[in-house]
Design a protein around this ligand. Structure first.
Ligand code: NDP
Length: 449
């Protein structure tokens, strides 16, 4: 438990109100733990109930999503939108489509999003949404009917100045397109209500690449400042083979690293010569196939069933880019035993608390998701700006802004950790730096929410 009586009281309240929501409780605990010195130094936080308010979503919307499959059978999924905090801007956060989605998962993601969005230095609040619908194995028409039904309800709660959703696991360009089409049909307005849109209808150049590229810009800066080192000549392992993983691979390679392993939810591939990214893109982006297909196309590569084995592959830099809690303590120890020097979280909360503790006590540089994967939402905010201006920047302009933002996030997190006596602890630094701005805005606005 915490040393602060205030923090213990706040956390007990969260546990009582959200029983059994393990992902949400894990995310809240981690943030409160980091905020201990901030709470001690600022009695105004307790006087104004800032923490009690920040752990409770401003609004939660759960809704029925009925849709009809190609055989005419009716299915019902559950839709979620959690509008967590609007102190510094309209709610912003992705839509996750995956069978594992439930209230706890969406709340943990929405809560983390508050601090991540604040760290970008752009005016965006925190939110998240999704459904337990699984797009895998569905036809395009089935996905379209689901997305239209989902948006029919969601459209009542979002808007370009209210709440601007984006993609996440299972929600890529295809799903965003169907949702945007339905929003426009219902509301008769062409506004930037979603980000991650196609380039022909308001999307931003470099948004597709942004989370993976941003992750590598962050890790490069961390290596540079904390170890006087870089990606150059390093062996890299990346879990996942979706949007974040693919573009992390591209940028890590451009920066001089060699990516030797990638995965999907069934297993992982190892290619000692360096993964051929064009083959992975063809299998995952074009054919929507399984990663094991890689070994049929590239000689010398291996495939192994199961996800966690990827962390036994020897590497200097590990970039988990699949899903939450994918690195447990055993996997962390395997990485450490193999000499890993840096871990950068591309996925949200991919390391369990025990894994994070193991990395930190072994002196491994650790870049937490909130800071390291903020490039996606930052570029989404740049997409919002371009939509408002009815203008578009070049790829190079957006990429340069993204790089500047990631370097800035690193230094803000690094400096905040140092200021509160937690030097080199970027988990604490990111939580503190993200929190301070939101708390200041909440204090200024009175007890509004
Ligand atoms: P995608 O759906 O494009 O890819 C997800 C990848 O992770 C796939 O390879 C998928 O395998 C694998 N995966 C999904 N669930 C599991 C699981 N339970 N176990 C093992 N592997 C799994 O999603 P994204 O790349 O967009 O997102 C990946 C992570 O990054 C998520 O945590 C997301 O929240 C986070 N993130 C994404 C951002 C973005 O801009 N897209 C921004 C910030 C964070 P399979 O192909 O078998 O499904």
């Amino acid at each position: 438990m915490f040393k602060s009586e205030y923090l213990n009281r706040v956390y007990a309240g969260v546990e009582a109100r959200n029983p059994g929501e393990k992902e949400f409780l894990q995310a809240v605990y981690e943030v409160l733990e980091s905020l201990e010195p901030v709470v001690e130094a600022n009695p105004r936080l307790e006087q104004n109930g800032i923490l009690e308010r920040i752990v409770e979503p401003e609004r939660q919307i759960f809704f029925r999503v009925p849709w009809v499959d190609d055989e005419g059978k009716v299915h019902v999924n559950r839709g979620f939108r959690v509008q967590f905090n609007s102190a510094i801007g309209p709610y912003k956060g992705g839509i996750r489509l995956h069978p594992s989605v439930n209230a706890s998962v969406i709340k943990f993601l929405g809560f983390e999003q508050i601090f991540k969005n604040s760290l970008t230095s752009l005016p965006i609040g925190g939110g998240k949404g999704g459904s337990d619908f699984d797009p895998k194995g569905k036809s395009d028409m089935e996905v379209m009917r689901f997305c239209q039904s989902f948006m029919t309800e969601l459209s009542k709660h979002i808007g370009a100045d209210t709440d601007v959703p984006a993609g996440d696991i299972g929600t890529g360009a295809r799903e965003i397109g169907y949702m945007y089409g339905q929003y426009k049909r219902l509301r008769n307005e062409f506004t930037g209500v979603l980000t991650g849109k196609g380039l022909t209808y308001g999307g931003s150049l470099a948004r597709t690449e942004a989370t993976g590229f941003g992750l590598c810009y962050f890790v490069e800066e961390m290596l540079n400042c904390m170890k006087n080192d870089s990606f150059k000549g390093k062996t890299v392992v990346i879990s996942g083979s979706g949007n974040v993983a693919i573009y992390a691979n591209q940028k890590a390679t451009e920066l001089g690293g060699k990516v030797v392993a990638m995965s999907d939810s069934n297993g992982y591939i190892v290619d000692k010569n360096g993964i051929n990214l064009d083959v992975v893109k063809q299998i995952k982006e074009v054919e929507r196939g399984r990663i094991k297909e890689y070994v049929n196309r590239v000689s010398g590569a291996e495939y192994h069933e199961g996800c966690s084995g990827i962390w036994t592959v020897k590497c200097d830099i590990a970039l988990p880019c699949a899903t939450q809690n994918e690195i447990n303590e055993d996997s962390a120890k395997a990485l450490i035993a193999n000499g890993v020097m840096a871990v950068g979280e591309g996925a949200n909360m991919p390391s369990t608390p025990e894994a994070v503790a193991a990395f930190q006590s072994a002196g491994v540089l650790f870049a937490p998701a909130k800071a390291a994967n903020a490039g996606g939402v930052a570029t989404s905010a740049l997409e919002m700006s371009q939509n408002s201006m009815r203008y578009s920047w070049t790829f190079e302009e957006v990429d340069a802004k993204l790089k500047g933002i990631m370097v800035n996030i690193f230094h803000n997190a690094y400096n905040a950790a140092e200021k509160y006596g937690k030097k080199d602890n970027l988990v604490a630094g990111a939580n503190i730096a993200g929190f301070e701005k939101v708390a200041e805005a909440m204090l200024a606005q009175g007890v509004a929410y």
